[in-house]
Design a protein. Structure first.
Length: 294
């Protein structure tokens, strides 16, 4: 079975999407529609902006979403997913790609998500750290022992788990995990503690927007971050998306479930090759590539 996977924050690069815009009238149409919906020219920043401008959360998330979704649109008949999944923000791209959300509604939710997360980051100092070379259960148990908020946030691949929470708690966890044998435990250059209880204000704000949005029946199952299992019921998809911001991204488990359910060919749709790299660390037996539009 053919599985399409969609990247999250961190995959952006300067000039992203320009080739699509130049080669495809359909892509131009969608990019211009996005400028209109967002109320600013995101294409100017994507095509000509600096890395610094692209790093602004209100830009980064819609930019990655647009690159992924518009690439899927211009692939036309070549884009026939039998299963989809997206890493964090990428889950919204996946939901547009499999027909659950319209392009317009997906973009509005992504924009709302970015602004809500930005606000939540400003409430209290928080951060994330990548922990390499330890078993998941050791990382989970260590986080549970630390005073303050620190939790497992992204299960990216075996031996790579990102933790998230209050700055002091994350720093302390990094110290203890290094003592316990982590190959590395390093703070990430992020604006806040995504996928942790620190995102509760953002979750509440986004949940209200999700509640007011129409979710349709998908063309194929989405393997959601929260459940790491195939979901096809629109109400269930909606419910899982509402808690995604404060729950961990079970990426390793999602990919393993997709393979167990028959996924043999995995295609990353969007900027960069981050997910292709993780795929090779999760299971080398499946075919992995990036979507291309010529």
């Amino acid at each position: 079975m053919k599985a399409y996977i969609f990247p999250g924050q961190g995959a952006q690069f300067t000039g992203m999407g320009l080739d699509l815009y130049e080669k495809s009238p359909l892509a131009q149409e969608y990019f211009e529609k996005a400028n209109s919906i967002l109320g600013f020219s995101i294409t100017d920043i994507m095509f000509e902006g600096t890395a610094e401008q692209l790093k602004e959360t209100k830009v980064t998330q819609p930019a990655i979403f647009l690159h992924s979704v518009i690439l899927a649109k211009v692939l036309g008949d070549d884009f026939k997913p039998e299963m989809v999944a997206g890493h964090s923000l990428g889950e919204l791209s996946a939901l547009v790609a499999n027909g659950v959300l319209s392009f317009e509604d997906g973009l509005k939710l992504v924009s709302k998500r970015a602004l809500a997360m930005q606000k939540a980051c400003e409430i209290a100092p928080s951060t994330m750290a990548a922990v390499l070379g330890l078993e998941d259960n050791i990382v989970e148990e260590t986080c549970a022992e630390i005073d303050g908020v620190v939790v497992a946030a992204n299960y990216n691949c075996p031996g790579q788990l990102v933790i998230s929470g209050e700055v002091s708690a994350v720093e302390k966890a990094c110290e203890v995990l290094t003592e316990k044998g982590a190959r590395r435990a390093l703070l990430l250059p992020v604006g806040g503690a995504f996928h942790s209880p620190m995102m509760e204000p953002a979750r509440e704000e986004l949940a209200a927007a999700i509640e007011a949005t129409v979710f349709s029946k998908p063309t194929c199952a989405v393997y959601q971050n929260v459940t790491a299992s195939a979901v096809t019921d629109p109400d269930e998809i909606k419910k899982n998306l509402m808690i995604q911001l404060t729950a961990p991204v079970k990426w390793t488990q999602s990919i393993q479930a997709m393979i167990a359910d028959g996924g043999t060919e995995f295609i990353e749709v969007g900027p960069g090759k981050v997910l292709q790299g993780l795929m090779r660390k999760i299971d080398r037996s499946v075919t992995v590539s990036g979507a291309n539009f010529e």
